[in-house]
Design a protein around this ligand. Structure first.
Ligand code: 4NP
Length: 155
């Protein structure tokens, strides 16, 4: 399962989702089943590292994000990834502006995988990185529950 997390800038929400998901998948022993990355809808932060408050929030939980720099999503990403996951409704509209229609039904909203669907607020504006952490963690756990296969299910 190849997953691309997408937000507006690719310096707060989607990289947090990328590195939380990588950690959860590794902890569950499922790393070989997943390929995980993140990208922006905008060009605004291209080349920039993860925003320091987001990086600190990850670090508080023992998660690194070294080397990640923002990039913009491409049409090629649509073909390559199995799931393109936006953080809020506006991301979905902006993703479709890049890809054209969602021909293969790959585009989804992060919190729609949970039992409390809602937009993940933009911490660039709210400053609330704890809320981002909580939402992203719930979303990633729900994704693993849905797409992670245990060894017995594989046999
Ligand atoms: P993100 O947050 O979409 O969660 O990465 C933002 C980062 C940068 C900007 C907006 C949102 N910006 O306006 O540059």
């Amino acid at each position: 399962m190849k997953i691309l997390f997408v937000c507006l800038g690719n310096i707060c929400r989607s990289p947090m989702a990328e590195f939380v998901m990588k950690k959860m998948v590794a902890d569950a022993g499922l790393s070989e089943q997943f390929e995980i990355a993140s990208a922006a809808t905008s060009t605004w932060e291209i080349g920039n590292p993860v925003y320091p408050p987001a990086r600190r929030k990850l670090a508080e939980h023992g998660i690194g994000c070294k080397g990640k720099t923002a990039r913009q999503m491409t049409r090629g990403d649509y073909d390559y990834y199995d799931l393109i996951i936006g953080m809020e409704q506006k991301n979905l509209r902006d993703i479709l502006a890049i890809t054209g229609e969602d021909r293969l039904g790959k585009v989804a909203l992060m919190m729609d995988f949970t039992d409390t669907p809602h937009d993940i607020a933009d911490p660039w504006y709210t400053g609330d990185f704890d809320a981002t952490w909580n939402d992203v963690s719930k979303g990633c756990a729900a994704l693993i529950a849905k797409y992670g296969q245990t060894k017995t299910e594989n046999q």
